[in-house]
Design a protein around this ligand. Sequence first.
Ligand code: C2O
Ligand code: CU
Length: 477
Amino acid sequence: SHPTRRSLLFGTAGTAALLAAGTGTRFGTGAPATLAPVSRAGSAADVAVLLTAAPTTVDLGARDVATWGFGDRIPGPEIRVAAGGTVAARLRNDLPQDTTVHWHGVRIDQRMDGAPGFSQAPVPAGGDFDYRFVVPDPGTYFYHSHVGTQLDRALYGALVVEDPAEPLSYDAEWTVVLDDWIDGTGTDPDAVLTELRGNPKSPQDMRSTLLGGSAGHVAYPHYLVNGRAPEAPEVFEEAPGRRVRLRLINAGADTAFRVALGGHRLTVTHTDGFPVLPVRVDTLLIGMGERYDVLVTLEDGVFPLVAAAEGKNARAFAVVRTSTGDAPPASADVPELDRRVLDLADLTADPSVDPGDEPAREVDLVLRTGGARGTSWTIGTADAPDDTSVRVAVADGERVRLSFTNNSRIWHPVHLHGHTFRVRRSGGGGPLKDTVVVRPRETVTVDLLADNPGEWMLHCHNVYHSELGMMATLGYG
Ligand code: C2O
Ligand code: CU
């Protein structure tokens, strides 16, 4: 049951308190915190939330498992706020390790970015940290731990920034958080890291033509939609004919998902929070750290919503129900998965997006696995491809072009903190993103306006790759 507006205002235990102007921030007491969803007509200019990172037991559907999370469910509490508003989030660290919270995709004040060693010291076990930041842009974002391999446990949640003047019309919206989930099965994320450190090849040989080679390193025991395993899936209910906005978020660590809704086509409206010219597809591929918003007008029936773990022969699964009748099995055949897949080249930024001037400078970066035994992972330069500490220096106000050439045999979702870039393509008009998939032997070029001074992480969003060294810096001055 959702807390009422009144309980929010008075901050009852286990709920978040709205900020009251002039009275300072009041946090709900006790963990876990939850936030009531605020409708588009709502007025959540400012929100406050308590995020307690702690070992916990969660119900994956049909089984309870031990994990680390923000509260007692996966994902952690969904945070909703109006664009231009302020998020005040108190992190309480009840983990046995350091942690932080990173606000993925938000053009944030750098001190609040949650990047250990870049924007803050990690928060020690038993410690607290108060994040407080303005959300400048509407869109679909998420938050996650940024220490070690903690992202591959369950330390993540959705962050939805609503547009007070939302131009899209739709009847309902669903947040769909995808995850590959490893913990609690005897396999530990740190063990995976250790294995990869000695041998960069996938322990399993999982291939994907869509991704141009190796699909990833880990065949996970569970793939989740909103924290539910396929055996006891999330059920989204609506009336037939209704138009629904799905906010798709890939919070996984090592898995791209191919998403389709049986019996429907998807109209893609946003990627990484920013609008694109609507494009209809049967399915789309979403890399780790990416977000896609799609509109769907629902048919009458009961339908499988499938997120196939690309190249891994497994899937995350949910049910969309607009009428009575048996739910499809998790193994349901979904022909849309094998039809036309959204391509990056299909996406054109909405005309409201300022194209900006041509950058005067291009910086070429190389993604690779190298080193004597093939065990170094880097975002290097053409001259020094094995350099694990590349810093791209920019001037405040400068427009810069970055190119990413993938010289490795595995795909990489490249993510830049604190900025949104524009994917470059011939003829112009590429989409705005903060995370972009670069396949083997491919070069992706992006333009950005350096207008948010600080030292920012630029890294692969495969948590194992970034931990092994696929991490560079964009810094000012
Ligand atoms: Cu989700 Cu360094 O980012
Ligand atoms: Cu990578």
